[in-house]
Design a binder for this molecule. Sequence first.
Ligand SMILES: C=C(O[C@@H]1C=C(C(=O)O)C=C[C@H]1O)C(=O)O
Length: 245
Amino acid sequence: MERKVKVAAVSYLNTKPLLYGFRGHAVMKMMELSMDYPAMIARQLIEGSVDVALVPVAVIPKMQEHHIISDFCIGAEGPVASVCLFSDVPLQEIKRIYLDYQSRTSVALLKLLVRDYWKLNAELVQTSGDYQHLIKDANAGLVIGDRALEQRKRSPYIYDLAEAWMRFTSLPFVFAAWVSNKPLPIAFIQEFNNANSIGIHNIPAVVAENPYPLFDLTAYYTHHISYPLTPAKRQGMQRFLSYLQ
Ligand SMILES: C=C(O[C@@H]1C=C(C(=O)O)C=C[C@H]1O)C(=O)O
């Protein structure tokens, strides 16, 4: 391929282990990297302004063509910690839920859990900008990413969506995967996968260069987020996508 492959990654702490190995890696000669929040990079991949993105899996059915190009993902096999419904009141007393405009997958997952698992009557409200200050009294909020790690310090009731999904289906969950909107050269894909794996095998080094006082990143990267896209995770993803039809 003559031109460089345009790659878009999620700009949250959860992506640092995947990106750690790209610095100085041979694959960087074949690509250029940009970062944004998940809903934005989903739009870029669908519009075609990028070739590969770490996209919310909920947008896969909206793509004309998609290829999962990597063995790594943003997944969870238990509580994920950074995708939660935050509330001042217990679940059954929630009247309204603000939905995170930065998310696609977790918004779809929340809607599914509200309807089929928790069976709540709450009003679901889209957001388009800062909304965390609205999370109070009977108004709860879905928050993802680094802002969710912050919100953990504020909300007394925290309902983890990956944990709820596992209780509901007994399957792990995939929030985001590396997806391309066109076939890419195998040489690129191999180097890309190699770059992804480096940080996953060097978590202490990733943590050392990302000081973060609000949450234990070693625990986050090793117990909460689960990076390998295993057969069980693919099964969880297929189950989730089947609910979205
Ligand atoms: C676990 C997370 O997964 C994220 C959740 C996404 C979504 O809800 O659309 C997309 C990308 C992931 O980064 C998180 O951001 O905390």
